[in-house]
Design a protein around this ligand. Structure first.
Ligand SMILES: [Zn+2]
Length: 314
């Protein structure tokens, strides 16, 4: 399995369009010791021909152009010039930052969308704009999955990629745009997921961009993986409140912070197996500054901080 990180920032990206926090300001003035990042997007393939997106970032169009493997192939004689190596997507929640990219794939291209029944319902039944993905036969087709059960990643016509996926239910909150009556009808266990993806080689990827809490059961799942992309959204629990003067804590937003005794750096220190990479970094996170003590601390603890364009083979 080949794994690519197309985007590594949290919602809003880095820099964020309406943000003048110290990180965003320094990046814009060219004095920042670190890199700009697009909103989180991973892509995986088993055969180098057919790619599956993990989530669907609002930055997907630029991410595709920056990734030659995802460009359409040149048509052979008599063939129409429309093609995409992207054959499917797996959704981990219904947040705007994680699903908006689907609408960018609407140009009548076949696509298999793997999602929980609740996320499928929110997008397809309640948001008519997603009907643009199903204007003609053989365009988008949805495949519902259940958290906890292994399922195959399939192409639009049911082609088996040989990749196997199991979703872990991590959060219980649907996005704020889902109206209250609908929220009460949906299964909260289907709202926010982490993914385990097994390659035929026997290697496992864990994709966990939004983790609200860490318990022993989750630690055991993470230690079964070979490559771990973990929630690096916020360095500290009150980061947004300190930066903005108001707002929510990291935990209220469904993200365990990196630092503090109850943070992920400490809680995941005992993991032995996986290569550990922080992904989904908010633009306020001091870890983005490669000259700063926070970056040094996570690197010395054996972690890496994801950058757009990174690639791995499992
Ligand atoms: Zn900022």
């Amino acid at each position: 399995m080949r794994v690519k990180i197309l985007g590594s920032a949290a919602g809003g990206g880095f820099p964020q369009w309406n943000c003048a926090c110290p990180n965003c300001r320094a990046l814009r003035t060219g004095t920042f010791h670190g890199k700009a990042r697009t909103q989180t997007q991973a892509a995986i393939t088993q055969d180098d021909q057919n790619w599956f997106l993990l989530g669907a970032s609002p930055d997907l169009r630029a991410q595709i152009e920056a990734t030659p493997e995802l460009h359409p192939r040149a048509p052979s004689r008599g063939e129409a010039p429309r093609h995409s190596p992207i054959t499917g997507a797996v959704l981990t929640n219904a947040d705007v930052d994680h699903v908006l990219g689907l609408l960018l794939l609407r140009e009548l291209q076949p696509l298999r969308i793997h999602a929980t029944a609740s996320i499928h319902h929110i997008l397809r039944d309640d948001n008519t704009m997603f009907g643009m993905l199903e204007r003609v036969a053989n365009q988008a087709s949805w495949a519902d999955f259940t958290p906890g059960a292994w399922f195959p990643l399939l192409g639009p016509a049911g082609e088996d990629s040989a990749l196997r996926c199991r979703a872990l239910s991590l959060g219980t909150h649907f996005p704020a745009y889902v109206f209250a009556e609908r929220q009460s009808q949906l299964n909260p266990q289907e709202s926010s997921l982490g993914l385990l993806i097994d390659s035929p080689s026997g290697k496992r990827l864990a994709f966990m961009p939004a983790v609200p809490a860490i318990d022993d059961a989750l630690l055991a799942e993470l230690d079964s993986s070979d490559l771990l992309f973990f929630d690096g959204t916020f360095w500290s629990n009150d980061e947004l409140i300190r930066t903005q003067g108001s707002g929510s804590t990291a935990r209220q937003m469904g993200h365990v912070p990196v630092s503090s005794p109850e943070g992920s750096l400490q809680k995941l220190a005992g993991l032995r197996r996986p290569r550990k990479i922080y992904l989904h970094l908010n633009n306020t996170n001091p870890m983005l500054d490669e000259a700063g003590p926070e970056y040094r601390q996570v690197r010395e603890a054996g972690w890496e901080v994801a950058e757009d364009g990174w690639q791995f083979d499992l």
